[in-house]
Design a protein around this ligand. Structure first.
Ligand SMILES: Nc1nc2c(ncn2[C@@H]2O[C@@H]3COP(=O)(O)O[C@H]4[C@@H](O)[C@H](n5cnc6c(=O)[nH]c(N)nc65)O[C@@H]4COP(=O)(O)O[C@H]3[C@H]2O)c(=O)[nH]1
Length: 940
């Protein structure tokens, strides 16, 4: 029997016992209560009986005026007797018998009382009669008789009051005497008769009273009561006995119950412990486990099961049906994939990326044991293993696994590809078969020690391929240890870094060398200079730094083109190399600037001699693609530690000295002196001031008219920037434009100039009604460094100036830069309708072919040709050639720098389209220009 059933049965029995006991006690209590009630009734009977005695006594002694009390008491007695009769019926038969007896006695007693009442009533009537009679007839008789009658009456009454034997005799005697007397006195015979009668009645009353008082009833009642008491006591004792027994039974049951409860509690506790142990054990299982009972309801699941079903979001609950469990899984899309296995289990992929093996076993008692094995890690490991195998097979890095004795166990295809050794030729061999002999024993010893100490080593190593070729590789070795910390295997990974080394070298070269001359560039120069300074500081030597700038290189570049310019630079570098020692550093800083670091240099004549030779060497003719070109150099020289302590300052010094050499007429050298610093300082100050001036808007524009000599009308103007310094007044652009270009300030400055010029021209066009255009100079650097097309488009839109009224003046040097980009931008500008003019035409690159490619509209002949046009045949011829060529190419020509009428006339005669120069007007402030234009004061 199951424990729960046993407990149920026990409680049922207990309930029955308790109910029976309760019933028993209830009936027992009823019975006892009934007995006690009967007893009370019996005592009441006894009490009434006693009262009846008293009433009888009083009645017999004629002390009762009436018999109401007797009647009432008799009635009460009858009622109580009736109740008692009913009560007695439920009592044992012995009591019934006694009660029957009692009833008879009571009946008898009531009879006696009835008789007593009658007798007493008769006696009292007789007495009353006698008294009345005597009272009425006392005068008719002798006093003796009356007295005797009264005496007899008195005696009689005394007897009635105290009916003793003596008094009976005495009363009898008196009555006898009276009777005798009365016989003679006939009139009083009736008295005698009544006295006799009263006497007899009194005797009867006394007899009845005696019977009444004989206490038969009391005896009967007492007997009944004592029996009743005995029954009650017996019943009480019996009840007590039962109580004790029941108490004992209750105690036994209670002890038994307590024992059972304690046992059950212990067993339950043990069962709970066992269940807990089971749950803990199941809970600690790495497998997920859940149990659905025979009713298909979820009874239990462990934490692994909960974790694996995490996406169900705590929707598992005790009592959940199998169907509900499956529906919930579907609802949340728990299973992404499920593969049936041979053993009936399934390999599932869950929506949170876990893999698990699921088996649902149907129990023979019904229900399911649901087991989930988390295979995520295993799957991952498997995948990783597969990945590792794939990586091993497909990696471009060579991999080699050696055992603890340094014997090759595994190599991958990349190993064979790099080393040229197929796997079978290296397995079982030592990696030393790859040794190139490039490294000494110390190198390998260091590697071995590192591996022993840290388990890893990495670095560059040169090995030998099967073909015998030596190559560099980047090798990383790591060690795998066993559980005891002993070396198990070593894994070596290496890549062939031949090409990387080459590209590193290339990158290093590009970062540090000038590709045109193969000389160190500014970067490497700085490094070398600092190194040389440190060395010189240590060895307390002096070093010299030379700054060399080619004279008129720009001109050569412009005239011969940049390819030949480059060739010239290349040849200069070769000449420099041939002049200086290997230990000296020759570097190209930029363009035509070279620097030379001379270690252990002295002011001695040797250095001066070297400098002279340097100048001579540079000024020798250069043959460039069949053309002979000449150049010279200006060289500045400075010394460490005499002139400066740092590389930066040394370079500044050498630069300043080179400027000095330029000032000295070029093709010469100059040694740095402290005064030269002030010049460099000046340039720096200029740069700072320019920044400030731009911020504070200290620039303004002057406009120089461009005149059509044939009509003598102003067709356009050239905008020329001025720096209006609050202290120095107007400063010429030639003094600050180069600095603005060097610092990049030319970009914001040029933007401002273009905006202002277009705004002014739009003003005089629209407000003043002057149909005059404007030309704006665009510096090559400004052109290269900003989005000129976007700027021009915006500015035209903003100002409202027609594009055809804007001419952009560019220099020839711009056209030889990055041709394609420039061409694209110029074409876009031209498409806008803007005119494009080549400034300073004739001074630069003399190939005219670009004029065809670029959308140029105007050529501006440089004023250096105009100024001697009347005296110099060459200038005149060149001007003529430009004019003819322009005409044939349909280009307009502006001659600038025209200072006199002769020049103007000359140009006009040769069909020069436009003229600009002091002859017509100097550059004017806006107001002055407007005034002149309005007054048409432009003709010379
Ligand atoms: N001796 C002489 N000179 C004459 C005569 N007619 C005009 N000039 C001067 O020649 C220069 C013409 O400008 P440029 O060739 O573009 O040469 C300009 C131009 O290259 C540059 N420059 C001036 N303004 C700007 C500007 O707004 N932007 C840029 N990027 N450069 C500018 O500064 C250079 C010098 O400008 P300026 O000093 O204004 O000098 C102006 C002008 O004053 C003449 O009959 N005789």
């Amino acid at each position: 029997m199951k424990r729960s059933n046993a407990i149920g049965l026990l409680f049922i029995i207990l309930g029955i016992v308790i109910a029976t006991i309760f019933q028993f006690f209830k009936s027992d209590a009823d019975e006892i209560a009934h007995l006690s009630q009967t007893m009370q009734q019996a005592l009441q009977v006894k009490q009434l009986d006693t009262q009846l005695n008293e009433h009888a006594l009083k009645a017999a002694s004629f002390r009762l005026v009436h018999f109401d009390h007797i009647v009432q008491t008799v009635r009460q007695l009858s009622d109580v007797r009736q109740s008692l009769q009913q009560s007695v019926q439920r009592l044992p038969s012995q009591l019934t018998q006694r009660f029957t007896k009692l009833e008879a006695v009571i009946d008898q007693r009531i009879d006696q009382l009835e008789r007593l009442k009658d007798k007493v009533a008769l006696a009292r009537n007789s007495s009353n009669f006698l008294l009345k009679y005597l009272g009425m007839n006392v005068d008719k008789q002798s006093g003796e008789i009356a007295l005797k009658s009264l005496h007899a009456m008195t005696e009689l009454q005394a007897f009635q009051l105290f009916p003793t034997r003596q008094r009976l005799q005495a009363t009898q005697d008196i009555l006898n005497q009276l009777t005798e007397t009365l016989d003679r006195e006939h009139a009083f015979q009736i008295v005698a008769h009544h006295l006799q009668r009263s006497f007899e009645l009194t005797q009867d009353i006394s007899a009845i009273l005696n019977n009444v008082l004989a206490n038969e009833s009391q005896e009967a009642i007492n007997e009944f009561v004592s029996h009743l008491y005995a029954v009650q006591t017996q019943r009480q004792n019996l009840s007590n006995g039962y109580r004790y027994i029941l108490f004992a039974v209750a105690v036994i049951i209670f002890i038994a119950l307590a024992y059972m409860i304690v046992r059950w509690t212990k067993e339950r506790h043990r069962a709970q412990e066992a269940a807990q142990l089971f749950e803990d054990a199941v809970d600690s299982m790495s497998e997920g486990f859940a149990f659905f009972g025979p009713d298909q309801k979820l009874v239990f699941w462990n934490s692994t099961f909960a974790r694996l079903h995490d996406p169900l979001e705590n929707r598992l609950y005790k009592g959940m049906s199998w169907q509900e469990f499956e529906d919930t899984q579907k609802e949340v899309g728990f299973l992404l994939q499920s593969e049936l296995q041979k053993d009936g289990s399934t390999l599932d992929l869950t929506c949170d990326g876990n893999w698990m093996l699921s088996a649902n076993t149907h129990m023979h008692q019904g229900g399911y044991a649901v087991v989930r094995v988390d295979l995520t890690e295993q799957k991952r490991a498997q995948d990783q293993l597969q990945l590792a195998a794939t990586v091993f097979q497909t990696a471009s890095e060579a991999m080699m696994v050696t055992d603890k004795d340094d014997i090759i166990q595994m190599v991958n295809p990349a190993f064979s590809k790099i080393t040229g050794y197929p796997e079978r030729e290296v397995l079982g061999h030592s990696p030393t078969l790859l040794s190139s002999g490039h490294h000494n024993a110390a190198y390998y010893k260091k590697m071995y020690l590192d591996l022993q100490n840290t388990g890893t080593w990495q670095g560059e190593i040169w090995n030998r391929r099967k073909s015998g070729e030596i190559y560099p590789e980047w090798l990383s070795i790591s060690t795998i240890y066993d559980d005891d910390g002993e070396v198990l295997q070593r894994v070596s990974l290496f890549t062939d870094i031949t090409s990387r080394k080459k590209s590193e070298e290339r990158i290093h070269y590009q970062a540090n060398y000038d590709s045109l001359t193969d000389l160190p560039n500014r970067n490497l120069f700085k490094e070398r200079l600092n190194h040389a300074i440190n060395m010189a500081r240590r060895s307390k030597d002096r070093l010299a730094l030379l700054f060399l700038d080619l004279d008129n290189f720009k001109h050569i570049n412009d005239t011969l083109g940049h390819l030949l310019g480059d060739e010239l630079l290349h040849q200069v570098a070769q000449r420099l190399r041939s002049l200086f020692r290997e230990s000296d550093t020759i570097a190209r800083l930029s363009g035509d600037e070279f620097v030379i670091i001379i270690n252990e240099a002295n002011y001695d004549p040797d250095l001066q001699h070297l400098l002279t030779r340097l100048l001579e060497c540079i000024s020798l003719p250069y043959v460039l693609d069949g053309n002979t070109a000449y150049t010279s150099a200006s060289v500045g020289a400075t010394f460490f530690p005499d002139d400066a302590q740092s590389g930066e300052n040394l370079l500044k010094n050498a630069d300043a000295a080179m400027f000095k050499a330029k000032e000295m007429g070029r093709n010469t050298y100059s040694f740095f002196t402290p005064e030269m610093n002030s010049r460099a300082q000046e340039r720096h100050t200029l740069e700072v001031a320019l920044h400030k001036a731009l911020e504070k808007k200290h620039f303004l524009l002057h406009y120089q008219p461009i005149v059509d000599p044939h009509t003598q009308t102003v067709v356009s103007t050239e905008a020329l920037v001025r720096w209006n310094d609050p202290e120095k007044g107007l400063i010429s652009p030639e003094k600050f434009i180069p600095a603005a270009e060097d610092t990049g300030l030319i970009v914001p400055m040029g933007e401002w100039i273009l905006r202002q010029a277009c705004a002014d021209a739009a003003h005089w066009q629209q407000e003043e009604g002057l149909n005059v255009g404007v030309s704006v100079n665009l510096s090559s650097r400004q052109f290269m460094r900003s989005d000129i097309y976007g700027l021009v488009k915006d500015v035209l839109k903003e100002s409202g100036l027609p594009a055809s009224k804007l001419t952009l003046e560019i220099t020839e040097s711009l056209l030889v830069e990055d041709e394609n980009e420039i061409l694209k931008t110029l074409r876009k500008l031209r498409d806008l309708g803007v005119l494009l003019s080549i400034d300073d035409f004739g001074t630069g690159y003399s190939s005219l072919s670009y004029l065809k490619r670029f959308p140029i509209t105007t050529l501006k002949i440089d004023r250096s040709f105009i100024c001697d046009i009347l005296s110099d045949n060459e200038d005149a011829a060149l001007t003529q050639a430009i004019l003819s060529m322009a005409k044939s190419m349909n280009l307009k020509v502006v001659a600038e720098g025209v200072e006199n009428a002769g020049q103007a006339e000359y140009l006009k005669e040769r069909q020069c389209d436009l003229i600009q120069g002091f002859y017509y007007s100097k550059p004017l402030a806006l107001e002055d220009l407007l005034l002149s234009l309005k007054q048409k004061k432009l003709s010379a």
